[in-house]
Ligand binder design. Sequence first.
Ligand SMILES: *Cc1c(COP(=O)(O)O)cnc(C)c1O
Length: 237
Amino acid sequence: MSSIADNIGSVTRRIQKATLAAGRAPDSVHLLAVSKTRPAEDLRAAYRAGQRAFGENYLQEALDKIDALADLPDLDWHFIGPIQSNKTRPIAEAFAWVHSVDRLKIARRLSEQRPADQPPLNVCLQVNIDNEDSKAGCRLAELAELAAGVGALPGLSLRGLMVIPDPDQPEDQLRARFRAMADALAELRRTQPEAGPLDTLSMGMSGDLEAAIAEGATWVRVGTALFGARPPKAPPR
Ligand SMILES: *Cc1c(COP(=O)(O)O)cnc(C)c1O
């Protein structure tokens, strides 16, 4: 079995190769280590290999790890999972980024609950690009209205968009989904420049990060390729 440090090396090389192939600067894509279901020791190993940004999906599990790793001063915590409206306060307090905002009610609560002594919470709007009924995310048709609402909230900084396309589609269709996200972000920058920095596309995972980078991803969210396969069932929240 390869070590977490080795895996970070090979994923970093994949990212470099993909940015080069796309004619983009190597530092224009950041690696978010998706550490859901992994023990704190695995994150510590990644930290020793230079990794600082970690993505978590399950709030209680994340808070336990944030606590266990409190001795590491410069960690950058990203929340990337579904958000229940009664669980927004700890997210607003403990995270630097939230990638999975998909409705205004949640955004308002995060903004109100963001501590005044912290910088605005960086948020991405999650888009349900395949219009799958069971999936989180707003529809593309609702995006402009949601961005306007979120962009006006003082406790949040609207950084951009996040997507998890259906992985079971041909490469060219997947690429088209990522391209549609890049187009949607460019459209928001043009029509709502005051809404926020709008500099972020959170897209691409272990299996499709090259396609996402080719279409403009700035954060790739990688779990399996760094930490190995996850247990089949999610832990209790
Ligand atoms: C689990 C997860 C990932 C990582 O997926 P891998 O295929 O393991 O790289 C990325 N983004 C989100 C939102 C996830 O839930």
